[in-house]
Design a protein around this ligand. Structure first.
Ligand code: USQ
Length: 381
């Protein structure tokens, strides 16, 4: 298959590109370095040094003998994006090209506007480029479990059947979330669903939980291939942050009561889920939605796991709840269905103590690069 990866420089985009390339697909990556620039602007750096995208592609070719095509540009610019579609003719487009941070979207009106215009603009352009230049192309879109929020009823996989006054209908599952970033993902889903109905696009929308990890079969081959692993308050996800905090002896930053429960998954499983979705595409006129996670944990459960494993490795891991900088329920019902990807063939990598210990060891190798001043939350809402 010819697979075009939008946001191919990101924490998930780059490992996905290498993984699909290793599987024998023809891969191209597109990125405008938005996240690198935002990180620089917020004065935070990824844990490992990350060569630029041209250098990454060259390193991958050196290691694997396989080529990845590279386009530097903004998916919000339709002339650029439609040009890539006309030149490259993808069978599948994997759309990661969004501002991915909830805290970043809540800093001020400038970052909120950027998040809104960037995320919706990119999705809108993907839809139009597919419609005009690759109508059979399957769109694999990264959404988020956060779209659903934390409702007091079970979360279904994208859709819900509602009976009202004796009549029944199937609708997108109700969604209400806790940041503007997450809200843009809801709007993306609505826009995709509209155009699926109008134009018969093929779309898979992956409702992904927070991802953890840094090693995949490809990233572990060469240090230059490592992902953009962030541990700071703006771009770092929970478990990655806890690993870094444990490594440098910073108390684990549990926000509020720590009962916030989410569906988590290993970086390796993100790649598998995207691959499985690409290999078994949605039908024309279908918006297929999968809940993409493998295990549910509360913040407290993850903190306790990291503490236990860290202490077993001779660290002195402390847990210190701090005032929650976010407006979110800290003690809530959470039960989400996630059978779709398992049925497609996903074999999950669970968060065993061994896996956690392996990640911690890897993070400790980069201890000298960790800046303790970048850990405490700065953005409140
Ligand atoms: N949290 C803490 N302590 C911390 C950091 C976070 O208690 O130091 C809490 C948060 O308050 C939240 C939970 O941990 O309740 C998860 O936070 P997170 O920063 O790992 O995840 P989130 O902001 O929701 O966003 C991340 C990714 C985003 C993705 C999303 C999936 O940045 O791109 O869409 O995870 S989900 O959470 O399912 O919406």
């Amino acid at each position: 298959m010819r697979i075009l990866i939008l946001g191919g420089d990101g924490y998930l985009g780059w490992p996905t590109a290498m993984h699909l390339s290793a599987r024998g697909h023809d891969v191209a990556v597109v990125d405008n370095y938005l996240r690198r620039n935002m990180a620089r602007e917020q004065n935070v750096e990824a844990l490992m040094p990350n060569p630029n995208l041209h250098e990454r592609v060259a390193a991958w070719e050196e290691v694997s003998g396989r080529k990845i095509d590279c386009f530097i540009g903004d998916c919000g610019d339709y002339r650029f994006l439609s040009g890539v579609f006309q030149e490259w003719h993808p069978d599948t487009v994997v759309h990661y090209a969004e501002q991915p941070s909830a805290p970043y979207s809540m800093i001020d009106d400038v970052t909120a506007r950027l998040t809104l215009l960037n995320n919706l603009g990119a999705t809108f352009n993907v839809i139009w480029a597919v419609h005009e230049f690759a109508p059979e192309c399957h769109v694999v879109k990264l959404g988020t479990m956060g779209e659903y929020g934390t409702p007091n009823i079970d979360i279904e996989e994208g859709w819900i059947e509602i009976e009202h006054k004796g009549r029944k209908g199937r609708f997108l599952y109700p969604r209400q979330t806790g940041s503007l970033y997450h809200t843009t993902k809801i709007m993306d889903t609505d826009m995709l669903w509209f155009y699926v109905r109008m134009w018969g696009l093929r779309v898979t929308d992956l409702m992904q939980g927070p991802v953890y990890g840094l090693m995949t079969d490809e990233t572990e081959q060469d240090e230059r291939l490592m992902p953009n692993f962030h541990y700071d308050d703006i771009f770092g996800t929970l478990l990655n942050r806890f690993l870094v905090q444990a490594a440098v002896g910073h108390p684990l930053t549990v926000y509020g009561k720590g009962g916030q429960t989410r569906g988590y998954l290993n970086l390796r499983d993100t790649l598998a889920c995207v691959e499985l979705s690409a290999n078994q595409p949605a039908a024309s006129g279908e918006l297929r939605i999968f809940n993409q996670f493998t295990e549910l944990f509360s913040v407290n459960e993850l903190a306790e796991k990291v503490q236990r494993v860290g202490n077993g490795m001779g660290l002195n891991v402390k847990i210190k709840p701090i005032e929650n900088p976010r407006k979110e329920p800290e003690d809530h019902y959470y039960n989400a269905n996630y059978t779709g990807l398992l049925e497609l063939g996903l074999e999950p990598h669970f968060l065993t103590d061994e896996v956690l210990g392996g990640m911690l060891e890897e993070v400790i190798r980069y201890k000298e690069r960790i800046d303790r001043n970048k850990i405490m939350p700065r953005v409140r809402w």
